[in-house]
Design a protein around this ligand. Structure first.
Ligand SMILES: *Cc1c(COP(=O)(O)O)cnc(C)c1O
Length: 479
């Protein structure tokens, strides 16, 4: 026993001697080349980590693993350095079938939108400069006309997100006054957006009316008093009340608002501009129809069904929009030049229905037929089948969802590549999918991994094939 232990200690000393010195490694041309690519500090860190790994292996007496690492030392250092260069925020493949996945950044932008964004970001631009007069200009001009043209609103202003838009709207139009809201519309959206709390923040006073399942126009009228500042309707974006229900229409509210000279505000949540029935989905109130029905101000998100950048848009009557534009909060909530550009491009695309379908990825993805998705699933399944010795691959029917607190309970028919691993658990394979160079986010159903095609765009197909092959064949142990 004693001799044995001493023997090991002797051997491990021997192992440690095999580990090269830092300077020697850094002097190797292959490693020196990495420095020009990633910088000195990064490469040094990678070398030290790799040496630390070797020391750990030596300590455990894992001579074979050491040999493997030493043989590929420069390569391993290169890989580590490259990994260090990566940002925490990076692209992923969304194979969840959830189009507006809040955790995956909601609406992806297309080339048309990002080109506008990049152009504004690089160098200088006339963000607040009037080129004709050579004087200070307003940043809202760049998107406001695009928005009013598509929505038919008199005026528009945009802020950071819809939560900010609602806060600004209430603050500017009803601070210190009561705002009447139906008890059926006391919503909470993920990430701490709750109507009572937003109301409190804005300085307006919540005045609830009606019941959870039924609210009539007479309930609103009864709640009106001399301290009433506005009537608010909130779209129940992420839930439905079914059964014995009644809600007040925007028209009814608009008539009541007119009678008592109160602004009628509508938080629409998702900014639908096109008829979703054309995409095989249920009807969602659009911005245009809500304004046409008499809403004074409508607020909605830029990155939900609109398919644009994160933003909150307020569209409606000129006098009210002006109150918001000149409100002190506006300075804290205004859009930067990149978002201004992306938002303008998004609305510009909506001028033409077909243009919108092509240039706005959320709409393009929604437009794809189940046949197309089936074909894509089959192509991918065929391409990776041979590589996947340890798993069963199929193409099968699936259902996607809108997500992002839109169209609750509505399934979107889709197709998926499904994987049933034989040599590992689904959870383990999911973890390996997430650690790919471009992480793949999928879901598990009935002991199979589903890779939904609704959210895998045609241009992402080849990348997904490459990655799946890499993942399904690469089962070497980690050293
Ligand atoms: C999503 C939503 C919000 C919050 O919008 P963000 O853009 O996420 O800030 C507010 N109200 C309703 C009705 C919503 O659906």
């Amino acid at each position: 026993m004693e001799r044995n232990r001493q023997g090991n200690r002797m051997e491990s000393k021997e192992y440690y001697r095999k580990i090269p010195k830092v300077d020697k490694i850094l002097a190797k041309p292959q490693v020196a080349q990495l420095e020009t690519l990633y910088g000195k500090a990064c490469v040094l860190e990678a070398v030290q980590e790799e040496l630390g790994n070797l020391r750990a292996l030596a300590g455990e007496g894992r001579i074979e693993d050491m040999e493997v690492c030493l043989a590929a030392l420069e390569e391993r250092i290169g890989k580590r350095a490259e990994e260090k260069q990566q940002f925490s925020l990076k692209p992923v493949l969304n194979a969840t079938g959830i189009l507006l996945h809040t955790n995956l950044g909601r609406a992806p932008l297309g080339q048309y939108q990002t080109d506008a964004m990049v152009q504004a970001a690089r160098g200088y631009c006339n963000l607040e400069y009037n080129l004709q007069e050579g004087t200070r200009g307003k940043r809202a001009v760049h998107y406001a006309e695009e928005i009013t043209r598509v929505t038919g609103a008199e005026a528009a202003v945009a802020v950071n997100n819809n939560a900010a838009a609602v806060t600004l709207m209430l603050s500017a139009l009803a601070k210190g006054k009561e705002v009447i809201v139906s008890r059926g519309e006391m919503i909470e959206i993920g990430g701490h957006f709750r109507i009572p709390e937003v109301m409190e923040q804005s300085g307006a006073v919540l005045r609830e009316t009606g019941c959870t399942n039924r609210t009539r126009i007479s309930d609103y009228e009864k709640a009106i008093n001399e301290n009433t500042g506005a009537l608010l309707k909130v779209h129940t974006s992420n839930y439905r009340i079914l059964g014995f229900t009644e809600e007040v229409t925007v028209q009814e509210l608009a008539a009541l608002g007119k009678k008592y000279q109160l602004p009628v505000l509508v938080d629409l949540g998702s900014g639908v501009l096109q008829n979703l029935e054309e995409y095989g989905l249920a009807h969602e109130p659009s911005v245009q129809e809500t304004l046409a029905q008499g809403a004074d101000v409508v607020s909605f998100s830029g990155d939900k069904l609109l398919g644009g950048p994160q933003a909150g848009i307020l569209a409606g009557k000129k006098a009210y929009i002006k109150e918001m534009e000149t409100h002190p909060l506006m300075r804290a909530l205004r859009l930067d030049k990149c978002l201004t550009a992306a938002l303008a491009a998004t609305f510009r695309a909506y001028r033409d229905k077909e243009q919108a379908r092509r240039q706005i990825p959320v709409l393009s993805m929604l437009s794809r037929t189940r046949e197309e998705l089936k074909r894509q699933a089959e192509e991918i399944a065929d391409a990776v089948k041979d590589a996947a010795a340890g798993a069963e691959i199929r193409a099968e029917e699936s259902t996607g969802r809108m997500g992002g607190g839109s169209l609750p309970g509505e399934d979107i028919p889709s197709y998926a590549v499904t994987v049933a691993p034989r040599t590992e658990s689904c959870e383990h394979l999911m973890m390996r999918l997430r650690s790919l160079p471009v992480p793949v986010i999928a879901y598990i159903r009935e002991e199979r991994i589903f890779l939904d095609m609704r959210t895998i765009m045609p241009e992402e197909k080849e990348l997904l094939i490459r990655e799946l092959k890499m993942c399904l064949t690469d089962r070497e142990k980690e050293i």
